[in-house]
Design a binder for this molecule. Structure first.
Ligand SMILES: Cc1cc2nc3c(=O)[nH]c(=O)nc-3n(C[C@H](O)[C@H](O)[C@H](O)COP(=O)(O)O)c2cc1C
Length: 177
C-alpha cells in the first residue's frame, strides 16, 4: 500500500469485529514502532501486549472511565506504551536534556505502530485517557515509569465512509518568505 494511502486509511476505530489479531501482524507493528526515531536514540518506549485474562479485564475497567472508551470491551488486544525520563543519557552518561522528550518519543512510536497496523488492514485507536496508577500496578510496571498511551488493536467492523475532518492546511501552516 502506498504511504499516503496508509495515512488516509488509518482512523480511530471504536467498533471492533470479533476477530483476533495475528501475531505476525502485531510483531510487524511492534517492529515498525521499534524503528521510530527518538531523542538521542534513547528509545524510552516499552510495550506490554495485553491479549486476554485478568490483565485485559483490568485494562478495560481502568480505560472505560467517565463515559470515555466504552468500545474497549469489544477489543481483544491492547498494547500499553510506557516510559520515563532516563536519569542519564545512555550514550554520554550526561544528565538528560532540560526538555523531556520521552513522551514525544512514545507518541512517535505510537504513530509508527498505528500506520503499520493500517498498512496491514488492522484498525487501532490511541487511548490517552485512563486511570494510570492502578493499571500500572496491575501490569507490574515499575513505579518510576508512566503509562503514556494505550493502543487498541483489532479489525474494524466497518471503515468510516468519510475521513475524520481536519483543519485546512492554510490555517495550520505559514510559509516564510
Ligand atoms: C494522544 C492521543 C490520545 C487519544 N486518546 C483517546 C481516548 O482516550 N479515547 C478515544 O476514543 N480516542 C482517543 N484518541 C483518538 C482521537 O480522538 C483521534 O485521533 C482524533 O479524534 C482524530 O480522529 P482519527 O484518529 O479518526 O483521525 C487519542 C488520540 C491521541 C493522538
Amino acid at each position: 500500500m502506498d504511504f499516503f494511502e496508509t495515512v488516509n486509511r488509518r482512523f480511530s476505530c471504536r467498533n471492533y469485529a470479533d476477530r483476533p489479531v495475528e501475531k505476525e501482524k502485531l510483531l510487524a507493528c511492534l517492529e515498525a514502532a521499534r524503528r521510530a526515531p527518538s531523542s538521542r536514540n534513547s528509545q524510552p518506549c516499552r510495550y506490554v501486549v495485553v491479549n486476554g485474562g485478568e490483565p485485559r479485564t483490568g485494562l478495560i475497567k481502568y480505560t472505560k472511565i467517565e463515559g470515555f472508551n466504552q468500545f474497549a470491551d469489544q477489543c481483544g488486544t491492547f498494547v500499553v506504551l510506557y516510559g520515563g525520563q532516563a536519569e542519564h543519557d545512555p550514550r554520554t552518561g550526561k544528565p538528560p536534556p532540560r526538555r523531556a522528550y520521552w513522551q514525544t518519543d512514545i507518541g512517535i512510536a505510537a504513530a509508527y505502530f498505528t500506520l503499520a497496523a493500517a498498512a496491514q488492514g488492522l484498525a487501532t485507536c490511541i487511548i490517552g485517557y485512563f486511570e494510570e496508577k492502578p493499571l500500572r500496578e496491575l501490569l507490574g510496571i515499575p513505579e518510576d515509569k508512566q503509562i503514556w498511551l494505550i493502543l487498541a488493536v483489532g479489525y474494524a467492523k466497518a471503515e468510516p465512509k468519510q475521513p475524520t475532518p481536519r483543519k485546512p492546511l492554510e490555517e495550520l501552516v505559514r510559509f516564510l518568505p
